[in-house]
Write a protein that binds this ligand. Structure first.
Ligand SMILES: Cc1cc2nc3c(=O)[nH]c(=O)nc-3n(C[C@H](O)[C@H](O)[C@H](O)COP(=O)(O)OP(=O)(O)OC[C@H]3O[C@@H](n4cnc5c(N)ncnc54)[C@H](O)[C@@H]3O)c2cc1C
Length: 382
């Protein structure tokens, strides 16, 4: 598997143009990093996974992982746009030739954004099979009713991949059957049955709740076969988890670098604080755990690129990397003492940002439940 050194260097250079003050100003206003996302788009980084035939770079997943890791490592935040890299995978793998030709080149060129992903609902949570949003077929279109929550970047996306129930649940039916994926063109939908309401969160993440009130979606926007949507969404989850894990490794590296530099620099009682084992050991431990998580990300990537279905490795990479990034965040804030809480150090911002990944896109408990059941053969817990 390639390490993508040149891509990493180029991304680091791009990110240097977006230093801490840029992110702090956005954070205060909860504003979207438009200039940063435009710069990544124009440089082609968000379309590396789109095949060359559709105008992308056709690179393997490890290239996308390298890009996102470097973004986080530079102190930037890929959360504003990372989904663009993996949501298009559902369209690529399961969309028709006409759909792919209609959308992928425009996404690759940066003319269209597909970075909203409507799965989670307020009442169903992790239990996707019990989602309540419905899409009822009427002649040449679907009529969508319901609500999604935590639909991130919806205000900054042209298209949304929506998972909705097209067949009512009945006795004996698998709970995840009867769900379908629709590609919603939000440019036409807003004000015509689609309402987006921003949610303020502890970090600047442009997340929203989305309401559907008799929204009409052309039947030709159904991805793949009706009723098989859950499988299509699942098929993209390994890539999503591996990429989020790479981001967490990048975050951990940023925190460790910051902590190391400060611990060597800051003198208290006439010597650097980093000379105290009570200060250096948490940083060293965070480093060891980051390296272990990084190895699991690599393992997941090489299996993925060899065509395997590395569900266990992708999940473990995501869990270990999210834990490592938060452990590093905690060590970093502690190393900085009071200054760790000051906005101008960027640590408290990154601390808030990286905490998300123990909950989204899948929470640690659900990963442990997956490993228990599918790897260890323990009885299913839910
Ligand atoms: C900022 C942000 C952005 C997001 N972006 C998106 C997005 O773009 N699109 C989208 O569709 N979703 C998005 N999500 C939703 C995210 O995927 C969910 O929050 C996550 O999957 C957890 O679901 P939940 O919040 O409903 O928690 P719940 O399912 O209600 O779970 C609550 C807690 O209970 C635990 N729990 C639940 N069931 C079990 C069980 N059986 N065993 C053990 N523990 C259990 C969970 O681990 C969790 O800690 C986002 C969330 C956030 C916060």
């Amino acid at each position: 598997m390639e390490t993508h050194t040149e891509i990493r260097e180029a991304v680091a250079k791009l990110c240097a143009g977006f230093p801490g003050p840029y992110w702090r100003a956005l954070d205060r206003e909860m504003a979207y990093p438009t200039e940063f996302v435009n710069a990544l788009t124009e440089s082609g980084y968000l379309s590396v996974l789109i095949p060359e035939a559709y105008g992308g770079a056709g690179l393997p997943l490890s290239a996308a992982a390298a890009i996102l890791e470097e973004v986080q490592r530079a102190g930037c935040n890929g959360g504003a746009c990372h989904a663009q890299m993996y949501t298009m995978g559902t369209l690529l793998r399961h969309g028709s030739e006409a759909q792919k030709a209609a959308y992928l080149p425009a996404i690759a060129e940066g003319r269209l954004r597909l970075q909203a992903f409507g799965v989670t609902e307020p009442s169903s949570g992790t239990d996707t099979g019990s989602l309540k949003t419905t899409a009822r077929r009427e002649e040449d279109h679907y009529v969508v009713n319901g609500q999604k929550i935590w639909t991130s970047r919806a205000e900054h996306s042209d298209l949304m991949l929506l998972l909705a129930r097209t067949t009512p649940r009945s006795e004996g039916m698998k709970r995840t059957d009867g769900l379908s994926v629709l590609l919603v063109d939000m440019r036409e939908a807003i004000g015509n049955g689609l309402t987006i309401r921003p949610i303020r969160t502890m970090m600047n993440h442009a997340t929203t709740e989305v309401f559907f009130d008799n929204l009409r979606v052309p039947a030709e926007n159904l991805i793949g076969e009706e009723g098989k949507g859950f499988r299509y969404i699942l098929s993209g989850m390994n890539a999503e988890r591996i990429l989020i894990a790479a981001e967490c490794v990048g975050d951990a590296k940023w925190f460790i670098d910051k902590a190391r530099a400060y611990a060597s620099d800051r003198s208290v009682f006439g010597r650097p604080i980093g000379a105290n084992q009570g200060v250096q050991f948490p940083i060293a431990k965070a480093y060891a755990n980051m390296r272990a998580a990084e190895l699991m990300v690599r393992e997941a990537l090489s299996l993925y690129e060899a065509g395997a279905n590395p569900g266990a490795e992708a999940n473990m990479a995501k869990m270990l990397a999210a834990d490592a990034s938060f452990e590093a965040a905690n060590a970093c804030i502690q190393t900085h003492g009071g200054f760790g809480f000051a906005e101008e150090y960027d640590i408290e911002r990154k601390f808030r940002e990286t905490r998300l990944y123990q909950v989204a896109p899948i929470s640690t408990n659900l990963i442990l439940a997956y490993l228990s059941e599918h790897v260890l053969g323990l009885p299913r817990s839910y």
